[in-house]
Structures are given as C-alpha cells and as structure tokens.
Design a protein around this ligand. Structure first.
Ligand code: ZN
Length: 264
C-alpha cells in the first residue's frame, strides 16, 4: 500500500515539475541576484529549482495594500525558503498554504498568550512573522533589502521559514523535528548553553556575538542562528562551533565549507 502511495506521489511530483517548471530565464535572472545562493554547486542549483517549482505549485501568494505579486517576487522568496530544505524534503513546509506580502513593515496591535500562559500586549512594527499552521507574512521592502545584498545574520525569509520548520512539531520552541541520528539531548544542551551564554553577555552589557534578538526566546534563537548559518556561517562557527555543527546536521548542509569553496 505504501509503495502504491509513493508511486502516485512520485508520478504527481514529476507531472508538476514537467508542467509547472519555473521558466529558466526567469529563474536565472532572479537567483543570480541573490548572494546567499551563489555558493551552491550546479547540482544543488538544479535541485533548488525543482524544490522551488514544487513550492510555488503548493503555496499561494497574497499581496496586501494593492501590492502586485510578480513572478520575480515569488522566485525570490521560494528560492531562499527552499535553500533551507535543500537536503530535507518539500513536505517540511506542509500544513499551511498562504504567504502574505505587505509592501513594507507592518504594524501589529494585539494581545498574545506566551508559552507560560501569560497574556502580553504587543504593538510594534514587524518585517515578518510565521503563524502556527497559518500563513507566513513578509514585508517586501525587507525581503528585497536582505535578499539582493548579503546582510550577515539578517535574512527575513530564512528567519520566518526557520520558524515554520520549528513549528512542524508544535510551537516554535527551538526544537524542530530532528533526524533519527541526532540525539535530542545533544541538540537541547548545545543550543540552551549557547542561548544562556548569549543572555548572560547581554545582561552584562558585553558584546553579543550574534544579533541580540536571538535572546528573546529559544524559538527566536533558532530562527536567528539559522539566518547566520545561511548568510554568515563563518561568524556562527567562530563563536558557537558546537551550534554550527548541530545546524549542519539538522539542515544536512555544510554552509561553511561552501563558503570556503567559493573563496578558493
Ligand atoms: Zn521570529
């Protein structure tokens, strides 16, 4: 039975890739402008285009405030989201459909309940957010700014889609579903020690080696270190080699090696 389901799935995937493939010219025009994709090998770029095709087939883009969604915008977002799942699976983004795009940063004014059950009032401007089993919301201004010029440690697309991976097994708490060969204890210990150290440094007014937003909670810590893993793996490795190693195992990518290959 499982074999039949897999066969049907495979034939459907091939049909989507054949009938809905992203036009090569459009793909090339957009992706050549995104620095974070430049270190990929030819094989990885082909795989990324396949995954992005499936992503665009499965997801719906909605523009807010009369924002017209172009193919280039969709490819910009799909290619960076799929960079994260390059060696995972397209099913990692299952369970939700919509990507809502505001022209620029958007304001939220609401009450939210935190994991400990406390209700907080929130009134602030955001560049993106990811809802549990709901949409990913992005500000196009921020996406553009952080996609077409490399900003070490800053990439709102990677940040929000890291939350989506984290939410695959419940709330965004910094613990996405790990692979069978990854002991949960090592992941928890490594990330929580680094998170505590970051908070200590901030409390003592010391220079924090990564964006201090990572100290907000373990969910934000995972999203921010994912931004470093893809945009500045050298910085992440320099300050937290053990954390880098865990992300390398989780994402099944060696972004630092990729960076070294580019520089040689
Ligand atoms: Zn976040």
């Amino acid at each position: 039975m499982l074999n039949i389901i897999n066969l049907i799935k495979r034939s459907l995937t091939r049909r989507i890739l054949r009938k809905h493939a992203i036009a090569f010219n459009e793909w090339h025009d957009v992706t050549r402008r995104i620095p974070v994709l430049q270190c990929l090998s030819t094989t990885e770029k082909v795989r990324l285009r396949y995954l992005s095709t499936l992503f665009l087939y499965k997801k719906t883009f909605v523009g807010v405030k009369n924002l017209e969604i172009t193919n280039a915008m969709q490819i910009t977002i799909a290619s960076q989201a799929c960079l994260q799942i390059l060696n995972l699976n397209i099913d990692s983004f299952n369970g939700w459909v919509e990507i809502i795009i505001y022209p620029s940063a958007f304001r939220v004014n609401r009450n939210i309940t935190s994991a400990d059950g406390l209700v907080h009032h929130e009134n602030k401007s955001l560049s993106g957010e990811a809802w549990d089993r709901g949409p990913v919301i992005l500000s196009w201004d921020n996406v553009q700014h952080e996609s077409y010029r490399l900003q070490a440690g800053h990439n709102v697309v990677i940040h929000e889609f890291a939350h989506k991976l984290d939410m695959l097994n419940g709330r965004a708490n910094g613990m996405p579903p790990l692979h069978p060969n990854m002991p949960i204890q090592i992941w928890s210990k490594t990330l929580s020690q680094a998170y505590d150290l970051l908070n200590q440094k901030i409390d003592n007014f010391q220079h924090s080696y990564i964006n201090s937003y990572a100290s907000t909670n373990p969910g934000e810590f995972f999203a921010v270190i994912s931004e470093y893993f893809f945009t500045a793996p050298d910085i992440l490795f320099q300050y937290c080699p053990e954390v880098y190693e865990q992300l390398k195992q989780y994402y099944r990518q060696d972004t630092l090696q990729r960076l070294k290959n580019r520089d040689h």
